[in-house]
Design a protein around this ligand. Structure first.
Ligand code: SF4
Length: 240
């Protein structure tokens, strides 16, 4: 069967779009993953510039800086170098918000191009994820609580589409959020029973033992996630 002309045209436009995209980057470096499913694993962090939210507890003060700009090809070449230099490290795209604008499609294309590399995307949960690619592209999706000041931002349509065993939801918790967190977890489990949920303490806003007890006392199907990088390098460390 002949490929329809429209399909060829759309594919060509997509390739052109990717060749024109410029990734605005804050920083990139090797480190250890600090939280959620990959905690403790070596990774290469790429922080994209720009965020559409303004969370009360944001600790990424440099999120709007642009310290480097790379084309699709240049970033793809850098990923190939990382893959060679440290085959055991995965690539983390974070921000800011990595899925802003055309970056979502570009990230998916990068993962498709480097199918032997594992990619994680840390997204703030406000954007509908359209492209899941294959199993080497995985999402850690934040669901912002009321205390973040961005409690209305979550795109609930993502819940059903996330893939149990590959993707997960992370909730950063303040002690004032606890009653609401139970209903958030109920909602996730209702629509996607197998999806992993991580509860992470908001720094200085809840005692670790209180969050741990909250999980077991309420028989919650969720996991405690500590921010390892803060434990290792300190609360104010950046670029680690
Ligand atoms: S989504 Fe992340 S980077 Fe953006 S303001 Fe919130 S905590 Fe900061």
């Amino acid at each position: 069967m002949k490929t329809p002309y429209l399909v060829i045209l759309i594919a060509r436009e997509a390739i052109l779009l990717m060749s024109e995209i410029t990734f605005k980057i804050v920083e990139r470096f090797f480190t250890l993953s600090g939280e959620a499913p990959t905690a403790g694993q070596p990774m290469y962090l790429i922080r994209f510039s720009g965020c559409n939210l303004n969370c009360s507890y944001c600790d990424t003060s440099n999120r709007n800086e642009i310290n480097e700009q790379l084309t699709f090809t240049q970033l793809s070449d850098e990923i190939a170098k990382v893959q060679k230099e440290y085959p055991g490290a995965f690539i983390l795209f974070t921000g800011g918000e990595p899925l802003l604008n055309e970056r979502m499609q570009a990230i998916s294309q990068l993962a498709a191009k480097h199918c032997d590399t594992l990619f994680y995307v840390e997204t703030n949960g406000s954007i509908f994820i359209q492209d899941y690619g294959k199993g080497n592209l995985r999402y850690v999706v934040d669901w912002k609580t009321t205390s973040s000041g961005e409690g209305e931002s979550f795109c609930t349509a993502n819940i059903k589409k996330l893939r149990a065993g590959l993707d997960c939801i992370k909730i950063v918790v303040d002690k004032n959020d606890l009653s609401h967190v139970i209903s958030m977890i109920d909602k996730i489990k209702k629509y996607n029973a197998g999806l992993d949920i991580y509860l992470s303490p908001q720094t200085g806003k809840i005692e670790l033992k209180d969050l741990a007890s909250f999980i077991t006392d309420n028989r919650l199907d969720s996991r405690l996630s500590l921010q390892l990088h803060k434990i290792i390098w300190g609360l104010d460390a950046t670029g680690v």
